[in-house]
Design a protein around this ligand. Structure first.
Ligand code: PLP
Length: 382
């Protein structure tokens, strides 16, 4: 037996980047609510800090923790998930370049490509990422990035990260994976060959519906440096209190995810046998088209469940009838949420190739008492 302290996932989530404060012994990193730092003579920085857009100690603690729990070389914390996505696109692409995105990407990601990146000169194609031939056919000489989401929001589609990493690298492109739905507790894309992990830390990482944030984690330190340059030059950084809340959330990510997954499985069980529900979308179901890939690359199948009713009216009615499942956007918090993607989170994709079905309902299954959640759904479904 060696004497090294072993650092598994939950140990890293609680300790990485968060050694007790050398000055006071505080076991949690302080909220360094500060913009600037005294210099001991010009350029004489005590801890490497000069201005909090460039770096702030609370944000550094979060960035180190993010890198370690995603098994990356560098982590970067942003003001939101979309700010992180924007920094990634502008760092690895220039006008004239091309990107492949999932044909069921998160609506905000689609909007960023369609309304911001494309007018800037970066073209993109939505492609079904489960179809390797379609992905290869969409690659062009100027393709710089394949953008993956798995599971996808809100259709719970699954993409094979290792396979897509191979396709991207053969084409000289990078593979970015939006790991928001899985979290690094369930899936670590960099270990499967991805180059960049993207997070909306607003969701499972923060976990308590009290902070908006985003992150990028990269396998290569050189790319990390380029992204850090953009993070500072463009300035959409996470503030100290937001970074602190996110760090606090990450400490319990493992135990929360275990309960999210267990509760989601019970919800899926109820929905699959309910006569009012036409179809349940959950990668844990053996007949889900991505089930085998999900079983290979994920520890468990997550806390997000979508289902289709017989009509849009019926879907809207369920969303408005639950009492414990709160009608609201976002996901990944301890409290259960229900929403109608077509009219809410994914309204920005209406009329586009990424429009979602009107009869779709999305659940973010929280960690409340599972029996209470089942009863609430049963009553709402009628
Ligand atoms: C919410 C979300 C985003 C965007 O993150 P924000 O923090 O809202 O900017 C990106 N991807 C996925 C999968 C999301 O669910």
């Amino acid at each position: 037996m060696d004497n090294e302290v072993h650092r598994g996932f939950e140990t890293l989530a609680i300790h990485a980047g968060q050694e007790p404060d050398p000055a006071t012994g505080a076991v949690v990193p302080p909220i360094y609510q500060v913009s600037t730092y005294k210099q001991d003579g010009i350029g004489g920085l005590r801890g490497g800090y000069e201005y909090s857009r460039s770096a702030n100690p609370t944000r550094t603690a979060l960035e180190v923790c993010l890198a370690e729990i995603e098994a990356g070389a560098r982590g970067l914390a942003f003001a939101s998930g979309l700010a992180a996505e924007d920094a990634l696109i502008r760092t690895v692409c220039k006008p004239g370049d091309h990107v492949i995105i999932p044909n069921d990407a998160y609506g905000g990601t689609y909007r960023l490509f369609a309304k911001v990146a494309e007018p800037w000169g970066v073209s993109f194609d939505p492609v079904p990422l489960g179809d390797a031939a379609a992905v290869r056919a969409a690659i062009r000489p100027e393709t710089k990035l394949i953008w993956v989401e798995t599971p996808t929001n809100p259709l719970l589609g699954i993409a094979d990260i290792a396979m897509l990493a191979g396709i991207a690298h053969d084409a000289g492109a990078l593979l970015a994976v939006d790991n928001t739905f899985a979290s690094p507790y369930l899936q670590r894309p960099l270990e499967l060959g991805a180059d960049v992990v993207v997070h909306s830390t607003t969701k499972y990482m923060g976990g308590h519906s009290d902070v908006v944030g985003g992150a990028l984690i990269v396998a290569d330190g050189g790319l990390g440096e380029r992204l850090a340059f953009h993070q500072n030059a463009m300035g959409a950084v996470a503030g100290p209190f937001d970074a602190w809340l996110t760090l606090r959330g990450i400490k319990t990510l493992g135990v929360r995810m275990d309960r999210h997954c267990a509760n989601a499985e019970k919800v899926v069980e109820l929905l699959t046998r309910h006569p009012a529900v036409r179809e349940v979308l959950y990668p844990g179901l053996p007949d889900h088209p991505g089930h085998e890939v999900a079983a290979k690359q994920m520890r468990a199948f997550g806390g997000m469940v979508s289902f289709r009713m017989d009509s849009e009216d019926a879907a809207v009615r369920v969303c408005e009838r639950t009492k414990l499942f709160t009608l609201g956007e976002s996901l990944g918090g301890v409290e259960s949420l229900i929403e109608h993607p077509g009219r809410m989170t994914h309204a920005s994709a209406a009329g586009s190739p990424l429009e979602v079905p009107g009869d779709l309902v999305r659940l973010s299954v929280g960690i409340e008492d599972a029996d209470d959640l089942l009863r609430d759904l049963e009553l709402a479904l009628g």
